[in-house]
Design a protein around this ligand. Structure first.
Ligand code: GLU
Length: 462
């Protein structure tokens, strides 16, 4: 069997992390099986679907590099096909026109409720319409006996008694197909073999399976993913902070880190290695997805991101760093500032958790002379230390080679000459070079600043 999966977002908002994880799992499983991963935009709800949401979802998927196969299916455009299928069901006797008025349906619903069973329409067995032009909806003739089994690949067997399934509306009185029908027809026509989605849709499976059967179609296999909870173990909500993928991008996470992190929300391959999505393709099993909700863990995400920051291509990271700083400051960086950042990235990326963190780590490079020293830095600039700094300036100015190793040795030699430990020099020198901002070790800091700038910053203090 060749596997076909799909991600089927409703474009009523941004791409949320739950949706991103669903997309990722569908992508991973399809790639793992050598199958296809399709994308369907479920824009049937005209009142709530927006073009902006479609753009945001596509943008989020693009950022995560979850490339789909084939063309995007837009559900609303397929409404004529959905109506055609309903006609065929009527021919087959598995759907029927129901002329009950909304008031009558209300009475039916109350009666069904009182008896603890689902709604059965009086028109299911061919009762004549009240008048030739009476308005109608089309309903599924729900199965009478037995049960509907969803052998869910994650949740296990889920059985629902046929009597608990309504004669569902398939076509509304205005001729528009319902969501439940559209999903089934589209999944069938797209050849979907595996429906992997959030478990908020678990009860829908029991309603969709009879619709497949009403057409004589084989239902796909279902795999309903447990929810993602917040750090406190509660259902995700606004108070848990960022949930949209673009917000995480704006917080400075890398897409490969997001993928590596999201895939572990529910999937346990039996080891703790951090995987790229390409690496995960070789290992991914639906059977290794747990039933329990997973919890967000921002510390873990930070450490996964730090891992990918270290691995990231320097030029790419430099580009992202410049973008982060320019967006933060609302002003373009000079080309010399960009060059300084590009030189620093290979060193600083090993120390940064996120892009804003990398921006903070590299802030010392961009400070303008003379530096404004913070209180702690200022307190180190005593007169006798300034004297020492003056001698150090002379020594460093005479250094023939300006790199980390040479400068590190020069500092050690200087401390020996002065008869003190490096601890008597380091903090003050760093204060002079950075004003108190974070920076890597001193040899490295000197190298990254460059001879001219570093010596000028020291001179400014003496
Ligand atoms: N459009 C639905 C949603 O965004 C998903 C439906 C499905 O995957 O079957 O929640």
């Amino acid at each position: 069997m060749s596997v076909v999966t799909r991600f089927a977002p409703s474009p009523t908002g941004y791409l949320h992390i739950g949706g991103a994880r669903t997309a990722l799992f569908n992508w991973l499983f399809a790639r793992r099986m050598g199958g296809k991963y399709l994308l369907r935009i479920e824009d049937t709800d005209r009142a709530r679907s927006t073009d902006a949401a479609i753009a945001a979802i596509l943008d989020g998927l693009d950022w995560l590099d979850l490339e789909h196969d084939g063309e995007i299916t837009y559900q609303f455009a397929r409404a004529p096909r959905h109506r055609e299928v309903v006609e065929e069901m009527i021919q087959r006797g598995t759907a029927f026109r129901c002329y009950a008025t909304p008031e009558e349906v209300e009475v039916l619903r109350n009666a069904a409720h009182a008896e603890g069973r689902a709604i059965r329409s009086p028109y299911r067995d061919g009762k004549a319409p009240p008048s030739p032009d009476a308005p109608f909806v089309v309903r599924l003739r729900a199965p009478d006996e037995g049960e509907v089994l969803n052998a869910d690949l994650i949740q296990g067997d889920v059985r629902i008694k046929a009597r608990d399934i309504d004669d569902l509306v398939l076509l509304r009185a205005d001729g528009n197909p319902t969501y439940m029908l559209s999903v089934v027809v589209d999944d069938h026509d797209m050849g979907v073999t595996h429906v992997i989605r959030g478990d908020d849709h678990l009860t829908n499976a029991a309603r969709q399976i009879p619709i497949f059967q009403a057409m004589g179609w084989t239902p796909p296999l279902f795999a309903h993913l447990p929810l993602i909870h917040g750090e406190d173990g509660k259902k995700l909500s606004k108070r848990h902070g960022a949930q949209a993928v673009h917000e995480w991008r704006d917080m400075g996470y890398l897409p490969e880190a997001m993928n590596a992190y999201l895939m572990r929300l529910g999937w346990s391959p039996g080891h703790d290695d951090i995987l790229t999505k390409e690496e995960a393709v070789a290992q991914f099993e639906i059977g290794q997805i747990g039933k329990a909700p997973s919890r967000l863990d921002f510390k873990k995400l930070d450490s996964v991101n730090a891992h990918f920051m270290t691995l990231a291509d320097d030029a790419r990271l430099a580009y992202l760093l410049v973008d982060t700083i320019e967006t933060r400051d609302g002003a373009p960086l000079s080309s010399s500032a960009r060059d300084a950042l590009a030189r620093a990235v290979p060193v600083l990326k090993k120390r940064a958790k996120t892009l804003p963190d990398l921006a903070d780590q590299s802030a010392f490079l961009l400070a303008n002379r003379p530096l404004t020293l913070d209180e702690k830095a200022k307190s180190l600039m005593k007169d006798d230390f300034k004297e020492r700094l003056r001698r150090l300036h002379t020594k460093l100015a005479a250094e023939p080679v300006w790199d980390n190793a040479a400068l590190g040795s020069a500092l050690k030699a200087f401390a020996t000459d002065e008869g003190v430990g490096l601890g008597q020099i380091g903090p003050g020198l760093r204060a002079a070079l950075t004003g108190g901002s974070p920076s890597p070790d001193l040899g490295q800091t000197l190298e990254l600043l460059g001879r001219e700038e570093a010596l000028a910053r020291i001179a400014d203090q003496v």
